[in-house]
Ligand binder design. Structure first.
Ligand code: ATP
Ligand code: MG
Length: 385
């Protein structure tokens, strides 16, 4: 494929989805990219400033990512092109590509400009195939019930346009599971869904850089935290994103008042505050065992900030006992109460009942001494810290 054919192919792709042809400078960026030129070379050839050319390039890669349903950048553009070619798509059937590719078919290219972020009708009408960044999330999970919590969270996000939600609860109660189930239910309302765990206590700088990498080229990411935050806020305004930062408690001091940040992570507070206060169409969910100290304050003065405390799984936890093929169903409710409906504690205990009590819950409950398996002891230890 020569560069004229490539330009025609991309132009057809863009036109089929947006009704607009490529602009002059966008074509220069594509041509330069195919020829292996840097942004600086393309800028010299076209007579525009390098930063302007970079911005045009960034927008173009984002647009192509949305159309093709995978991340496209200056670095991987040629590879992506090869893939399209190997699907034997000729420029005459490009509009067919958009109709046959399920990802491309569902993408709303200009959602941010054409719909009001606060309108429920519009948010429901926007059915995207979002770009999912869930590699750090557990892949297999069962989520029993939690219907009322799921309704509350989706109403806060879709109807009330909440920008910052904190999901709180003791370890093992099901925060991660609930957010993953929530994603399944509301994903088509978003352009991007991103899950990140803070379990290794990353600095704010690292967290921001990892988020920004999703939207822009590494070389375009500034070092300065203030600029990084404002760059990210721009993207959160431009695209509708659902970002989950899990395990927030890893940033807190242990053995101190709950929700107090370690000194090196205090700047996360400013980040969360800006997410809550600035205008954008995205939502950040924080999962934490402890309530961050700034959240209570933000909640009282900002309608877009909410928090939900996750409690017992209730009788839905019976399904866990069923999966472990335990007997004496009449005693299950008692067992669930004793373990406060905590699915992880119940899972650990169910395994122990299987192994040591011949799967009989009644025999286990009759035992005079409390028996805790090793995993549960370790789990409780963590909570006492
Ligand atoms: N609604 C649910 N239905 C079935 N199993 C569940 C449910 N919620 C949680 N679990 C199970 O309980 C265990 C703990 O859940 P999860 O990891 O979501 O808890 P967590 O609150 O995120 O814990 P941590 O604070 O340690 O991160 C997992 O094995 C999960 O599969
Ligand atoms: Mg978790």
């Amino acid at each position: 494929m020569n560069s004229t054919e490539v330009l025609e192919l991309v132009d057809n792709l863009v036109f089929a989805k947006t009704g607009k042809h490529l602009e002059y400078l966008q074509k220069d960026v594509l041509k330069g990219t195919i020829e292996g030129k840097t942004y600086s070379d393309i800028a010299k050839d076209s007579g525009f400033s390098e930063s302007h050319v970079k911005n045009v390039g960034k927008e173009l890669w984002n647009l192509l990512s949305l159309i093709l349903g995978e991340k496209v950048s200056k670095t991987n553009f040629k590879g992506v092109l090869e893939k399209i070619k190997s699907h034997n798509f000729s420029s005459t059937i490009i509009s067919g590509y958009c109709h046959t590719n399920p990802t491309a078919n569902n993408i709303n290219i200009f959602p941010e400009r054409e719909r009001s972020p606060t309108s429920v009708e519009n948010s429901q009408a926007t059915k995207n195939q979002p770009q999912l960044y869930l590699a750090e999330a557990p892949q297999d999970f069962n989520c029993y019930d939690r219907s009322s919590e799921l309704t509350t969270l989706s109403n806060w996000i879709l109807k009330d346009s909440s920008r910052l939600i904190t999901l709180l609860g003791i370890s093992g109660i099901g925060k991660t599971t609930l957010t993953l189930q929530l994603i399944k239910q509301i994903e088509t309302n978003f352009n991007y869904i991103i899950y990140r765990s803070l379990r290794f206590s990353p600095s704010l700088d690292t967290t921001l850089a990892k988020l920004l990498e999703i939207f822009s080229e590494k070389t375009d990411i500034y070092q300065n935290i203030e600029t990084q935050i404002s760059q990210l806020l721009d993207y959160l305004n431009q695209y509708r994103c659902l970002i989950i930062l899990d395990d927030l408690q890893m940033l807190f001091c242990s053995g101190k008042i709950a929700g107090k940040y370690q000194a090196e992570f205090e700047n996360y507070q400013i980040f969360f505050q800006l997410i809550a206060e600035m205008n954008h169409q995205s939502c950040l969910i924080l999962n934490s065992r402890e309530k961050p100290i700034e959240i209570a304050q933000l909640e009282t003065k900002n309608n877009c900030v909410r928090s939900l405390v996750l409690g017992s799984l209730g009788l839905a936890a019976k399904q866990i006992l069923q999966n472990h093929k335990l007997s004496d169903e009449e005693t299950w409710e008692n067992l669930i109460d004793i373990y406060q409906g905590n699915p992880r504690w119940i899972e650990f205990t169910a395994t122990m009942i299987q192994e040591l009590f011949d799967s009989s819950v009644a025999k286990f409950l009759q035992w005079e001494k409390v028996i805790l398996n090793q995993s549960l002891v370790a789990e409780l230890d963590k909570n006492f810290q």
